[in-house]
Design a protein around this ligand. Structure first.
Ligand SMILES: C[S@@+](CC[C@H](N)C(=O)[O-])C[C@H]1O[C@@H](n2cnc3c(N)ncnc32)[C@H](O)[C@@H]1O
Length: 416
């Protein structure tokens, strides 16, 4: 964590802001909107429905989302487009960086989206600049840059609808191993330098690191290796950021009466993903879910960011969609789902690479047939009937498939 204790908070805030004025993050070209829509987590509309509204939200009705610290607009553009495709939903963007706001605005204009309003200012002043209430709030990679992240979370909580929820991203402490010692070394060695000179010297230092350096050894972190000054700056020249473990996130959220409904990707937060021995898997399964997530983080070691959804604890049990009745409808998260399903036929495993770790997950028998029947309209009951299986046999197989496909954040649920 950057030591800003001896700097007045306003000055430290100004330094954070000036970084994002000089290096809007992430770098984006509004012209690219004509060719593609960037989708991601949190705040994909299907994830919001699954993790916040139990799969029951009707987006053909009014819906109001806040993107707090929207940067160059990834979540704003994605959600505004997805809402516009379904109904009258609107997005409210807030950021302290004017340069970032202009890029986000140009991207929204390039798509002819008319459901976004832009506000320049701090999320700590939401009551003045963009008052709630909001059905949903996105705050991705922002709270960990505040002098007091809890105060930021409190400001968001104040404008959130009672039955709403949030999608957040906070840096992961273990996955960022090596980042903070390097930030510290660079800070000391570039004291008094600014702009391009500082960046160039920092880059030369990073190029010359010995093989024993933890950042160099960390396969999960690679932004400093890109030819991208904004990414390098965000990772190693940041004036203020901190990182969290799963238990720290849980404590921060429960302090404000929030329950975490899911981490993305779920499979990475499941100890069974990393364990071979049945006795160990069994012992892990006996623990509360949050403890399992914490153990998975400790074992994996490569969770460099934590993307997760929260809801007020009062409706924590109903917020997460569950495959617990024949009326629920499985759907692909992204448009390439059906093509992916066709490739599953005949496969017994799915292979994925996450931040330096290759995972190979076993699929149940008949996975391809079930996957090909998923079209976002057929319910679990319809799929069961199409396969001529009784509910218990079907459900046992579906649950195993769901663990993998939902675990990889490829499949979600909605209410029928
Ligand atoms: C790492 S960027 C993330 C941008 C965006 N959320 C994303 O995930 O692409 C952090 C953003 O938070 C903004 N920010 C930092 N402190 C803020 C504050 N107090 N209020 C609003 N925005 C803030 C910065 O200007 C920057 O655009």
């Amino acid at each position: 964590m950057a030591p800003d204790d001896d700097t007045p908070r306003e000055n430290a805030d100004a330094v954070v802001r000036s970084q994002y004025e000089a290096h809007p993050y992430p770098p984006r070209d509004p012209d690219d909107e004509r060719q593609r829509l960037i989708t991601g987590s949190p705040s994909h509309i299907r994830e919001i429905n699954h993790y916040v509204f139990g799969g029951k939200r009707d987006f053909s009705k009014p819906f109001r989302a806040l993107i707090a610290g929207g940067g160059t607009g990834d979540a704003t553009v994605m959600l505004a487009q997805q809402l516009a495709d379904q109904g009258p939903g609107e997005v409210v963007y807030v950021d302290i960086s004017e340069a970032s706001l202009k890029i986000a605005e140009a991207r929204v204009q390039a798509r002819n989206l008319r459901n976004v309003s832009f506000h320049h200012g701090s999320l700590l002043d939401l009551g003045d600049i963009a008052p709630g209430p909001y059905d949903y709030i996105d705050c991705c990679g922002v709270l960990h840059h505040l002098a007091d992240p809890a105060a930021g979370l409190g400001a968001l909580e104040e404008v959130l609808e009672e039955n709403g929820g949030m999608g957040l991203m906070l840096y992961g402490a273990l996955g960022r191993t090596g980042v903070y010692p390097m930030q510290e070394a660079i800070r000391e060695l570039t004291m008094g330098m600014e702009g391009g000179d500082r960046l160039a010297l920092a880059r030369r230092l990073v190029d010359s690191l010995p093989d024993s350096n933890w950042l160099k050894k960390n396969p999960a972190v690679g932004d400093h290796l890109l030819d991208d000054d904004a990414a390098f700056t965000d990772l190693l020249l940041h004036s203020r950021d901190r990182a969290y473990t799963v238990p720290e996130i849980d404590a921060l959220m429960s302090g404000f009466g929030f329950t975490i409904t899911g981490f993305i990707e779920p499979v990475r937060y499941d100890p069974a993903t990393y364990l071979d021995e049945e006795a160990l898997v069994g012992r892990a399964r006996d623990l509360p879910w949050m403890d399992q997530c914490a153990i998975a983080e400790s074992i994996a070691g490569n969770l460099k960011t934590h993307v997760f959804y929260v809801v007020p604890s009062s409706h924590g049990t109903t917020a997460l969609a569950q495959a617990d009745n024949p009326g629920m409808v499985p759907l692909w998260r992204d448009d390439d789902g059906p093509a992916f399903a066709r490739r599953l036929s005949g496969s017994s495993r799915i292979k994925m690479n996450f931040d330096g770790l290759a995972l190979s997950l076993e699929l149940p028998d008949g996975a391809g047939k079930v996957a090909e029947l998923i079209n976002g309209e057929r319910s679990l009951g319809d799929i069961q009937a199409a396969l001529y299986q009784d509910w218990i046999t079907f459900k046992a197989r579906f649950d195993r498939l769901y663990r993998v496909l939902n675990g990889l954040n490829l499949m979600l649920l909605k209410a029928g």
